[in-house]
Write a protein that binds this ligand. Structure first.
Ligand SMILES: [Zn+2]
Length: 490
């Protein structure tokens, strides 16, 4: 998942899914008599699609292949290349027209990564304490033998700016907690955005003040001492320094010790940034029967971080998108517009796949009718969120009654979704969609060594396929056109 601010509809979503359906059904039916006729046609097909998705293990089997046969899929790695080949093979096997779209991706490789506290108040002679940490994507390396320096603990950027003079020659630790209560109240994305900011800009800021390395408290709410990796950003001409995430527990330990006196840490991080590698987005088309030039994208990203299997981020998402194609093929459905499954490359550390797709469609963006991405985990879907024009929101209403049996009746709208891979398309005017997912525990495992298959509930994955398939069919069939969004200057 990309850093962004998610809207707070989870609470309403949960309320909405409580058994007041008969009233809601009555109200929506009363509200839109004209649509009844159209919905009937669409509704019948939507129900078939829903039932077909709920009775299929295809998506879970694709996910299990990705996690158990391939595992980590960091851009440029053999795992990512194998995933491209596997996804293409699986989509061809169900009769989709597959195209491998070339993408040049960054090739960052994790090396050794260890850390320990070697000096701290009250330290008995000869003792040191091991830190649980992992390098951030884009981190530079320490010397082979590592580096030792005092640690400067700050709790926000203001504090760092105020204490800038103290940062020179030190390891700066950003001890900023992930707000799990915010996540528990449906604002997991907000919590991620707030704490993730330090992961993304913290090391570059510390480097600016002369720090020799940077540590950030892991961006996740788990309390079982696990480190969360993720991308860190550098200014084009800025100095890069070694950067790692420590577990929340270790950040709190360093903070307590530093309150008592000087703390010194020894860090060894030996990642490498190799030359960009050749890779691909996997595109798979089900051509439209009436408007084949118009495309509805349904997608997830194929790459993952390298610490585990990338099951919730985003194996479940890309498998669910593939599941949409399987349902249409199994039911023998051919939509009005072309449906394109996209397995994006390089979402985690660069967004090059999204850029390559945008560049390839730059002059004909009008043909991109709508785009859907699922990259918020494989929790229970509660509805969907779109960035359609306000006037078009009502066009989605008929979907509600089809989604209600899934327990996903919420149809929410935001000015801008800003989901990682869809951002270039959305900024180019393409209306975008994503499922609204219960992601309260998503950030417990996000970007960690615990992002494994067992974290995905097969039933929730089926529900995601059902929701995505119904939404995709509805968009690919709808007689109306959706208004284009305002185009943002590049
Ligand atoms: Zn992701």
């Amino acid at each position: 998942m990309h850093i962004r601010i998610l809207s707070a509809t989870l609470a309403t979503a949960l309320a909405a899914s409580l058994p007041s359906t008969s009233l809601a059904n009555a109200m929506s039916d009363a509200m839109a008599p004209k649509q009844a006729a159209k919905e009937a046609v669409d509704m019948a097909t939507l129900a078939r699609i829903r039932d077909a998705a709920m009775s299929s293990d295809f998506a879970y089997q694709r996910l299990e292949e990705l996690t158990d046969r391939i595992g980590p899929r960091l851009s440029g790695s053999p795992g990512a290349a194998a995933a491209v080949a596997l996804a293409a093979e699986d989509l061809r096997a169900i009769g989709m027209q597959v195209d491998l779209q070339p993408v040049k991706v960054p090739h960052w490789v994790r090396g050794a990564e260890t850390g320990e506290l070697v000096e701290y108040p009250g330290r008995p002679a000869g003792l040191s304490q091991r830190l649980v940490l992992t390098a951030l994507g884009g981190s530079s390396a320490t010397p082979e033998a590592g580096l030792t320096a005092p640690v400067l603990v700050v709790h926000g950027m203001d504090e760092l700016n105020q204490r800038a003079a103290e940062a020179k020659g030190k390891i700066v630790l950003y001890d900023v907690a992930f707000d799990q209560q915010l996540a528990d109240n449906g604002r997991a994305g907000n919590a991620y955005g707030e704490a993730g900011y330090y992961r993304f800009v913290g090391p570059a800021m510390a480097a600016k003040y002369g720090a020799v390395a940077a540590l950030v408290r892991s961006v996740g709410g788990a309390d079982y001492r696990i480190a969360h990796t993720g991308m860190t950003g550098w200014d084009a001409d800025g100095k890069r320094i070694p950067a790692a995430a420590v577990s929340a527990e270790d950040a709190m330990l360093i903070n307590r010790l530093a309150a008592k006196g000087e703390v010194k840490a020894h860090l060894t991080l030996t990642p490498q940034t190799l030359p960009d590698a050749d890779s691909h987005n996997v595109l798979a088309d089900l051509p439209g029967r009436e408007k084949p030039e118009e495309v509805v994208v349904v997608s997830g990203h194929l790459d993952s971080w390298d610490l585990a299997q990338g099951a919730i981020d985003d194996g479940g998402g890309v498998a669910a998108a593939m599941g949409v194609a399987e349902v249409f093929k199994r039911l023998g459905l051919q939509p009005r517009r072309t449906v394109r499954v996209v397995a994006w490359m390089n979402e985690e550390n660069g967004g090059r796949g999204a850029k390559a797709y945008f560049d390839a469609n730059r002059g004909k963006l009008q043909q991109q009718f709508a785009a859907i991405e699922t990259d918020s985990g494989s929790g229970r879907p509660l509805g969907l969120v779109s960035s359609v024009a306000l006037a078009d929101n009502k066009l989605l209403e008929p979907l509600k009654s089809a989604l209600r049996p899934l327990g996903a009746p919420v149809i929410d709208r935001r000015e801008h979704l800003g989901t990682g891979d869809l951002s270039p398309l959305e900024d180019g005017g393409v209306p975008c969609f994503e499922p609204l997912v219960d992601n309260r525990s998503y950030f417990n495992y996000h970007h960690t060594a615990a992002d494994t298959l067992d974290k995905v509930d097969p039933d929730n994955l089926k529900r995601q396929v059902a929701l995505l398939a119904m939404l995709t069919w509805y968009l690919a069939e709808m007689p109306e056109s959706l208004q284009r969004l305002p185009v943002k200057a590049e």
